[in-house]
Design a protein around this ligand. Structure first.
Ligand SMILES: Cc1cc2nc3c(=O)[nH]c(=O)nc-3n(C[C@H](O)[C@H](O)[C@H](O)COP(=O)(O)O)c2cc1C
Length: 370
């Protein structure tokens, strides 16, 4: 019923307005609702789906279900109050950067509905870590909360300078002693921050410089590395063979946005008129799924896997889990299907797990053989 109302009435109205404005509208309303006890209670009765079959303890963190909000939607931490009532099992804020960046010129977002994709041209828009930490002010949280950290989108003289920027952001976030996990984002396409540098965070030399420096911090909570979608499997595995040497890297998130417009998931009439930026949703799904299978094959038991990219249904999420993902994140599916899709996906997952004879989601991870 809620899904019907969203898709037939609310979404057509929202989609009349620019995507940037609708996103801001939702963040503002989400922030207000998250501070209203009865609104949260009401939504919490309607939207979430609960079932012990979906519960897991991963790296000491309890997850009531495997569906989380991916980095990029709640980039300034507006939704900490409301997301548990929407039905998410965990929540990443950010990507947050050390220094503020106002974002690229608008439009920063656009829709490609037939391709089930969003155009993203935000370029790490962030109010900066100091602002975000002050705003959070150790707000009460009821689901695991992570922060995604990346390099401020400005130009640097050297890779060491850019590393220091990320280091400082981590140092402040660790000192806050608030987050349950961290994400290190080295994979956002089209940023200007490394354009003029010889080494970059996503090539082996730059990556090692970054990790060696972050090793000086006491990263005492699980850290997940956010990977590219479109790098070749071989190049990704080279980066992971380096990451494998750093015990504080607990897991891998696969994967980020895509930029290749030849991707066969795009409807031609939509992609030819798309502006500057990268893409989420269905065009990312195959990359994400293939990488999950490869990483599970090579690093089962070493890295926890979070799968993200093109999840719109329980079947989509289950595919990632069977390929080796412990957890799943999403944004685009929620934008197109509405907030009730989180509960729906969890419900579908529970049905699929039972149908396949599993007593808990953990038993299904990596069961699909290739
Ligand atoms: C509007 C938007 C902004 C995003 N910004 C970020 C970001 O700041 N950091 C990041 O790691 N990923 C970012 N992403 C990528 C998502 O976290 C996710 O990896 C990707 O969208 C695939 O998931 P989806 O198909 O469910 O959207 C962004 C995605 C969207 C749609």
């Amino acid at each position: 019923m809620i899904s019907f109302i969203y898709k037939k009435i609310i979404k057509p109205i929202l989609f009349l307005f620019p995507a940037d404005d609708v996103h801001t509208f939702f963040l503002k309303r989400g922030y207000i609702l998250g501070n209203l006890k009865y609104a949260k209670k009401l939504l919490g009765k309607i939207l979430p789906y609960k079932n012990t079959i979906l519960e897991q303890n991963i790296l000491g963190i309890d997850f009531i279900n495997p569906i989380g909000l991916s980095a990029g939607f709640d980039y300034n931490a507006d939704l900490i109050g409301i997301l548990p009532s929407v039905g998410f099992g965990f929540h990443t804020i950010g990507t947050v950067t050390n220094m503020p960046y106002q974002g690229n010129p608008k439009p920063m977002l656009d829709r490609l509905p037939r391709s089930k994709s969003l155009l993203v041209n935000k370029g790490f828009k962030s109010s900066g870590i100091d602002f975000v930490l002050k705003k959070i002010n150790k707000k009460k949280k009821s689901i695991p909360l992570g922060i995604s950290i990346g390099a401020t989108n400005q130009s640097y003289k050297s890779i060491e300078d850019m590393t220091m920027d990320v280091y400082n952001c981590f140092e402040k976030s660790l000192a806050a002693d608030y987050f349950d996990y961290f994400e290190l984002n080295i994979s956002c396409p089209n940023l200007i921050n490394s354009q003029n540098l010889k080494e970059k965070f996503d090539d082996p030399i730059g990556f090692k410089i970054l990790l060696d420096n972050l090793s000086k911090l006491n990263i005492n909570k699980p850290l997940f590395l956010k990977m590219h979608a479109e790098k070749s499997i071989e190049d990704s595995l080279v980066l992971l063979s380096i990451a494998n040497n750093y015990k504080w890297i607990s897991g891998i998130i696969m994967s980020n946005l895509v930029k290749n417009r030849e991707n066969k998931s795009f409807y031609k009439e939509e992609i030819v008129s798309a502006g500057r930026g990268n893409f989420s949703g269905k065009p990312t799904e195959e990359f994400s799924n293939n990488l999950i299978s490869e990483v599970y094959k090579n690093y089962k038991g070493r890295f926890i896997i979070i799968g993200t990219g093109g999840v719109f249904s329980g079947v989509d999420a289950y595919e990632k889990i069977k390929r080796g993902a412990n957890l799943v994140q999403m944004i685009t599916g929620m934008v197109y299907e509405g907030p009730s899709v989180i509960g729906k996906i969890n419900k579908e997952l529970a049905v699929l797990l039972k149908k396949d004879g599993f007593n808990n989601i953990k038993e299904a991870i990596g069961t699909k053989k290739y």
